[in-house]
Design a protein around this ligand. Structure first.
Ligand SMILES: Cc1ncc(C[n+]2csc(CCOP(=O)(O)OP(=O)(O)O)c2C)c(N)n1
Ligand SMILES: [Mg+2]
Length: 812
């Protein structure tokens, strides 16, 4: 028995030794990647570099407790972690440094993100989900520091949801909710509100989350003591520390970045707490170093004093790890041999080998990157040379091109485009061949640089089949809020993966009762209240959607969407684009707004949203039936959307379709709601009612107005129905309640430039928008701040007055 026991111990010691040596090898490779990466930038082969040196040891210990199905939401420092979990190779690291546009060579972002921005691919090339429980998952990084935190909340919360929510296919996303979401953040970025908001929500929701703070004492050049109330963030976080018997709060731990055994202990404990007890954990990793400073943009000798620099070299985590390995010895009992892990010489050999391996990988990445450029060059340059035979100016362009030291795709494109400009009008075979080849190459580059702003899968929003609402004699006439409520009821019974959450959305069924009674019916996991924290309500949505759920994130009023507009713009809108179709987050953001009264209860900051959230469908239904149809559409799509319900529409009567929960409203399709022949009035949302009333008044003074409800600002009028209307009326008026030059300017640009409506206009195109201040609360603030029926009637009338004074005499 005794013998067997010792055998097992020896075997496990061998494993232990092997694991330590492999960890050291990996850390060393990562360090060499950082060193060589910096050199590649300084010698001009790459544009910018930000690396993970100094953080190797904590990251590789974090990777040891990171299991298949787990998710990480972190930031640009996590090079060693990415390497350890197989999300990065030496070649893909350098491919990203060179910004190679190939998905195969740079699978995180296909050249769309700076180096250090990690991501795994959650989707197959056709946009369908992979089995996320069979891989280690990194949600795609973004550059705004702390911007990764809100999404982390949703990634962690998904595990709690999957404890009770199951549906066909859910086994691809979770194994009974046992996954942990790991967050990483730099010390300086903990000064951001997003960090505190996320941690607060995680502590309230008790989600399985482990946040590691890599505390290297600086945010670029600014030391920690200038960033926060207390230098020690763990001390600041002591109020979040959970107490015996309370199901709130988190566990806060502190550990030194160079202390391997302590790191192993801390991460093992954190994993146990998060995975088994679902307690959020914060690990404050201190004494972290930055051997090469912040990034390639500067040198840290400028702002670190001698003591700090000495500390950084004395406490380099790799040197300390090496020291620990060399000094380690162990005896099973007094008579057995002394067990050691490795000698200094053996580790020196690993160091030398790492250098060679990294160099080899870098070379491969460079050659492959250059080959792609050479291929473009080899296709186009001979064709330019053929054109040059009959044109000395083109020869001059070629000479200039030939003098370039290094050639990028831009240089090749510039040569071709200059050549085509020079030989404009020339009909020759050589020119025709050049044009044809250039078009093919250019299409490929459009794909490389501009694909996947929206989904390109079969589930893209524009592919959802249209099912018209069905009405009968028995169709009930009810308040708008009843239509939306009954539609949500159908949604939650039809889609077991759908859930909604927001301020007052759960217990009282939202502030306008659009979810009345649904929490009782579908439970508090799926119909939930949240704290007042819009940034993390959106973050919950993003994280849950990335893990296969269908979240509807409710922002109570449109006016407060600004609190989460950063996340909409930086994170949600870019998910598909920044991964070139590798990840998706089909969140629906539900909100209500437009005209009421008061500075913060009637806003319609649509242009801000429109311009900042390209990548998200922006839907502005005029009533609750159309809103319901948009929810039904978007739940069949894999794209994100914002649906703005009309705040003043809940109490208006609507006829409820008999196929509630089934009918869809297509995105990108306008609706002509009143036909007319003299002028096209284009509008959306609550203003539609104003415009419709104005059209009725205009009819009485002999002006036949066609009213068009846009309904979907993004995508915008895909079948160009507006210009078709203008061809008939020859006049265009755009009415909207945003500020001047806001959404009305966007609509004007789309209609004039994209739809070429200028050719058919007999009068100046007119925009009627709100005042540039926000609407006053004073009674009739709406009337005096936003376009009224009277405003629309008078301004449209004036157009006709200007062309036919006799028929349309002046009003004033
Ligand atoms: C929101 C935001 N503000 C500013 C920056 C510019 N910036 C990039 S890194 C950085 C310092 C971050 O320091 P820290 O969080 O401690 O991370 P470290 O780089 O030290 O690991 C700053 C200010 C940014 N990327 N995002
Ligand atoms: Mg820092």
């Amino acid at each position: 028995m005794q013998e067997t026991f010792i055998d097992t111990e020896i075997l496990s010691f061998q494993e232990f030794r092997h694991e330590i040596i492999e960890s050291y090898r990996l850390a060393r490779i990562s360090r060499e990647m950082s060193y060589l990466g910096r050199r590649e930038v300084l010698t001009g082969k790459a544009k910018f570099g930000i690396f993970g040196d100094g953080k190797e040891l904590p990251q590789l210990t974090m990777a040891k407790v990171f299991k298949d199905g787990d998710f990480r939401s972190g930031y640009y420092r996590d090079q060693t972690f990415a390497l350890a979990v197989g999300a990065l190779t030496i070649e893909s690291f350098f491919a990203q440094l060179y910004a190679d546009t190939s998905v195969e060579r740079e699978p995180a972002s296909a050249g769309r993100q700076m180096n250090g921005h990690y991501a795994t691919r959650s989707l197959n090339p056709d946009g369908s989900w992979k089995d996320l429980t069979a891989q280690k998952n990194i949600s795609a990084d973004i550059s705004p520091t702390a911007g990764q935190m809100p999404r982390l909340l949703g990634l962690a919360q998904a595990s709690n949801v999957y404890k009770s929510v199951k549906f066909p296919g859910s086994e691809k996303f979770s194994k009974d909710g046992n996954e942990i979401a790991f967050g990483t953040i730099g010390d300086a970025s903990t000064a951001e509100g997003h960090f505190w908001e996320t941690l607060n929500a995680a502590c309230a929701l008790q989600v399985p989350m482990i946040i590691s703070i890599w505390d290297d004492g600086y945010g670029i050049s600014v030391p920690t003591q200038n960033q926060r109330a207390k230098t020690d963030i763990a001390e600041m976080l002591s109020g979040f520390q959970r107490k015996e018997g309370e199901a709130q709060g988190c566990e806060v731990m502190q550990v030194k970045a160079w202390d391997y055994p302590a790191l192993m202990d801390v991460y093992a404990t954190a994993e146990m707490l998060a995975r088994e007890q679902r307690v959020p954990v914060v690990i404050h990793v201190i004494e972290v170093t930055q051997p090469q400073g912040h990034s390639t943009s500067g040198s840290h000798e400028r702002y670190k004093d001698e003591n700090r620099l000495r500390f950084e070299s004395d406490f380099d985590c790799l040197d300390k790890f090496k020291e620990w390995i060399v000094g380690y010895s162990f005896k099973f009992d007094e008579d057995s041999e002394l067990q050691t892990i490795a000698t200094k010489e053996e580790l020196d050999e690993i160091d030398a080998d790492a250098k060679v391996k990294v160099k080899e990988g870098q070379k491969k990445a460079w050659v492959r990157y250059q080959k792609a450029i050479a291929e473009t060059k080899n296709i186009l340059v001979p064709l330019v040379q053929a054109v040059a035979q009959s044109n000395p100016d083109v020869t001059a362009h070629l000479d200039k091109f030939g003098s370039l030291i290094s050639v990028s795709k831009k240089d090749i494109f510039h040569l071709v485009r200059k050549t085509l400009l020079t030989v404009r009008g020339v009909q020759s075979e050589a020119v025709a061949l050049l044009k044809q080849a250039f078009e093919e190459v250019a299409a490929n580059e459009t794909e490389n640089y501009s694909s996947h702003l929206y989904s390109e899968s079969q589930w893209r929003a524009t592919n959802v089949p249209v099912i018209k609402p069905v009405y009968s004699e028995n169709s009930a006439i009810v308040d708008g809020r009843v239509v939306i409520r009954n539609n949500f009821d159908k949604i939650f019974s039809k889609y077991p993966d759908a859930l909604i959450f927001g301020e007052d959305s759960g217990n009282i069924g939202d502030v306008n009762q659009g979810l009345e009674g649904l929490q009782e019916k579908y439970g508090a996991v799926r119909i939930a209240d949240t704290g007042i924290r819009e940034a993390t309500i959106l973050g919950q949505g993003i994280g849950l959607a990335m893990r296969g759920l269908r979240p509807i994130a409710e922002i109570q009023y449109l006016d407060y969407i600004l609190y989460c507009l950063q996340g909409m713009s930086d994170d949600l809108a870019t998910v598909q684009y920044r991964t070139k179709g590798g990840q998706k987050a089909p969140v629906i953001i539900r909100t209500r707004g437009h005209r009421l009264e008061g500075v913060w209860h009637s806003g319609s900051p649509m242009a801000g949203i429109l311009n900042l959230a390209k990548g998200i469908n922006i839907l502005v239904p005029r009533n609750l039936t159309i809103a319901a149809g948009f929810y039904n559409t978007m739940l069949q799509s894999d794209e994100p959307a914002l649906i703005v319900e009309c705040l003043n529409g809940y109490r208006l009567k609507e006829k409820q379709p008999d196929n509630i929960g089934e009918f869809t409203v297509p995105v990108g399709k306008v609706e002509i709601t009143s036909p007319g022949t003299d002028v096209t009035l284009v509008t959306y949302g609550s203003t539609w009612r104003i415009v419709t009333e104005a059209a009725e008044q205009l009819a009485k003074v002999g002006i036949s107005a066609e009213v068009i409800d846009i309904q979907s600002l993004i995508p915008f009028d895909l079948s160009h129905d507006i210009v078709t209307s203008i061809k008939k009326t020859n006049r265009l008026v755009i009415i909207d309640e945003d500020v001047e030059g806001g959404t009305s300017a966007f609509i004007l640009q789309q209609v004039l430039e994209k739809q070429k409506a200028f050719r058919f206009l007999d009068s100046e195109p007119l925009t009627i928008s709100a005042e540039n201040h926000r609407p006053a609360y004073a009674t009739d603030g709406d009337y005096f701040s936003k376009p009224s029926v009277d405003d629309v009637v008078e301004k449209v009338y004036k157009l006709f007055n200007e062309i036919n004074l006799e028929k349309y005499p002046s009003i004033y």
